[in-house]
Design a protein around this ligand. Structure first.
Ligand code: SF4
Ligand code: SF4
Length: 382
């Protein structure tokens, strides 16, 4: 089987192993086949040596969190994310890797109204104690007031799960952005989902369709602010995904909200006192390893609260988009390491700028906030 990967990118790995300590699945298993080097070796065997893409190969690919923690650690600059996306796209196109029911679940993300209705039904079921605890779901909102646009200086991308389950985070972001004197526009029709999970699942055609719609939902030249690390990384990659000059231009307008706010911090009202809580910053992988804008979170938060660093060099928390649902055992083992690190830090609150990480960590009882929720509260307190 020929994988949809670039031969030069696949050849770039020199098997040095420097990425291994940065790989969460290798860290919890010590198993070479669950390391970046092992996964690249498996891709080479299938792509160049004619090995069958059998069950073992599918497992080896499927167990990767796609955190891309291996990329900044790699001296040969192997673009591991591209390789894994290409391998999964091939499996999705040529094998039963993504069964119909999973494809249908991914498609639902592209129908926001349906997602909101489904979430509401789930919220009712939760109130009636009809949802099993092992699902690890947060308490979903029964209803949430719609956001209201306040201008046209910047777009605020709202997306799928975050808007259905955590709209209050968008509300906090809007509150902070407006406090700088900036008017916020909300996307029009078609902004249902960024397609990040579809790319991860190898469903590139679905992802491209969603990307085209998202681009149409925020026309013009205004910057596009994103408060979810995974969505921000996806929107910044539309140039590569869609492959047009228009998509390149769109991606160039996308900013993570923290990187947008840093040069504007002095526009925010001065607050009289810092929060008493000590906050640990959890770096979502797609902010730290992909967008590489994680330091901006600290710059923003340091004005409002005391911060502590986690001593695990940004190792993944195991959420990985749909990974925690599809690989619950490995995701749980990876999270257990993160929970230990958080406990060691002594922090009362964890700040995380990605909905998947927030939900995955909060399911253990840890108090998790989006950084902009902390800033909005500080501004409200004055
Ligand atoms: S993307 Fe993450 S889980 Fe996958 S091989 Fe790289 S470090 Fe390991
Ligand atoms: S991916 Fe990079 S760091 Fe990992 S083994 Fe290959 S060359 Fe070394």
């Amino acid at each position: 089987m020929k994988l949809q990967v670039d031969d030069d990118e696949l050849a770039a790995c020199v098997a040095c192993g420097l990425c291994l300590p940065h790989c969460p699945t290798f860290r919890v298993t010590g198993d070479e086949t669950r390391s970046p080097r092992g996964r690249i070796a498996a891709m080479r065997a299938v792509h160049w040596e004619g090995m069958p893409a059998d069950e073992t190969f599918v497992r080896v690919m499927d167990e990767c969190v796609q955190c891309r923690g291996c990329e900044p650690a790699c001296p040969s600059a192997v673009p591991f994310g591209h390789l894994m996306e290409g391998a999964r796209a091939t499996l999705a196109a040529e094998t039963g890797y993504q069964p119909r029911w999973r494809r249908a679940a991914y498609r639902m993300l592209g129908h926001h109204r349906l997602l909101v209705l489904g979430s509401r039904a789930l919220a009712v079921a939760q109130r009636l104690h009809l949802t099993p605890r092992r699902l690890g779901l947060p308490e979903l909102p029964l209803r949430s007031a719609p956001l209201r646009a306040s201008g046209s200086d910047v777009w605020l991308f709202t997306g799928c799960v975050m808007d259905a389950w955590q709209r209050d985070v968008h509300r906090a972001v809007q509150r902070v952005v407006e406090a700088t004197g900036t008017g916020v526009a909300l996307p029009g029709k078609g902004s249902d989902c960024c397609g990040a999970l579809h790319v991860h699942a190898g469903l590139r055609d679905d992802a491209r369709r969603l990307a085209e719609r998202v681009m149409g939902s925020m026309p013009g030249d205004a910057p596009i602010l994103v408060d979810a690390a995974g969505c921000g990384a996806a929107l910044k990659d539309y140039g590569r995904l869609v492959g047009t000059a228009e998509a390149e231009r769109f991606s160039a307008r996308v900013l993570d909200v923290h990187e947008w706010l840093v040069p504007r911090l002095d526009l925010l009202p001065v607050v009289s006192q810092m929060s008493a809580a000590v906050v640990a910053v959890q770096d979502p992988c797609h902010l730290r390893h992909v967008q590489r804008t994680h330091l901006a979170v600290r710059t923003v938060l340091a004005r409002y609260t005391a911060l502590v660093e986690l001593d695990d060099e940004g190792l993944c928390c195991g959420a990985g988009g749909a990974y925690s649902v599809q690989q619950p055992e490995l995701a749980g083992d990876i999270r257990a390491r993160k929970v230990e690190v958080i406990a060691r830090s002594g922090a009362a609150v964890v700040a995380s700028a990605n909905p998947g990480c927030m939900l995955h960590l909060a399911a253990t009882g840890i108090r998790v906030r989006h950084p902009f929720e902390i800033v909005a509260e500080a501004l409200d307190a004055g």
